[in-house]
Ligand binder design. Sequence first.
Ligand code: KG4
Ligand code: ZN
Length: 333
Amino acid sequence: MLILGIDTSCDDTAASIVEDGAKTISNIVSNQDDIHKKYGGIVPELASRRHLEMIWVVVDEAMNKARVGFEDISAIAVCHGPGLIGSLLVGVCFAKSLSYVNNMPLIAVNHLEGHIFSIFLESSRPEFPFLALVVSGGHTSIYRVDGFGMYIEKGRTRDDAAGEAFDKVAKLLGFRYPGGPVIDKIASDGDPEAISFPRAFLPGSFDFSFSGLKTAVLNHTKKYPDSKKEDIAASFQAAVIEVLLKKIIEVAKSEGIKRIVLSGGVSANSVLRKSIKQRAIDENIKVYLPSLHLCTDNAAMIASAGFYCFKGGKTTNFALNPKAYLPLGSTHG
Ligand code: KG4
Ligand code: ZN
């Protein structure tokens, strides 16, 4: 069964054809980095305008690359939140129109659910239950996943998302958006122990907080303007990773679960990937890492999650509206 997935939740226009929720036939992502990089972050109005220009092009390319027509597709899965409302509107309206014109079922997918299910596009998949650490530009949460549509949030960030902290620190150091990949790159030439940045461990909870760390980096750059950027990047990155690892391992122990899935843009971070693999070996836990192109926003993950929705009989109608705020669990209870 082929599903067309569409995601326009933030600054990537993405479309994909996925077979049976597992096999990626095509996966097209048009990013907007060139538009936003000079502003140091995403400008929502520019993002939605670009989605409007690109949505047909990207869907067309996904269909052509997969060599399929609408008659070959069983359903359309679209991300309806959380995200930027103007961006989401483009994908949702487009998907509704395609569904109407082609008389095809429409499926609403939560973006975070998509990130979690990106691992189901890989050959090595976790059994339920597992824990998912979703670390992206907009979210940092730990979910216990007991089955499709069965999510319990065990912890979340109380302020900035980890990716947001990467982007803001990169901006502070004079780099353009998106900052995560730049920090990752220059940190490899820095000393992670050069500066002792604070770690917010928030005892007694599985929540995160990254805003104090961001302020500490700002204060450091003011106090020591000649400090090496590589050292700042490496020390900041080490602080984020230490907290992420500590929390996910704590939840794994408290829930007695030995399977961890990492997902979202920050899970592309080279040191985080290496460190979690090592930690998992030490703790006798199995860790599942999606390929790099499935960590950041894409529509294959939406098509994959959409397949499981469809199998469970969860389709939606044309009353579907995008939602900027959409906690995971509210779509599938
Ligand atoms: O999942 P994603 O593509 O979009 C959201 O749903 O937010 O994540 C984007 C975030 C950005 O903050 C970006 O800087 C970060 O992921 N990111 C990284 C890396 N690659 C992307 N952060 C750290 N290291 C990376 N290699
Ligand atoms: Zn995302």
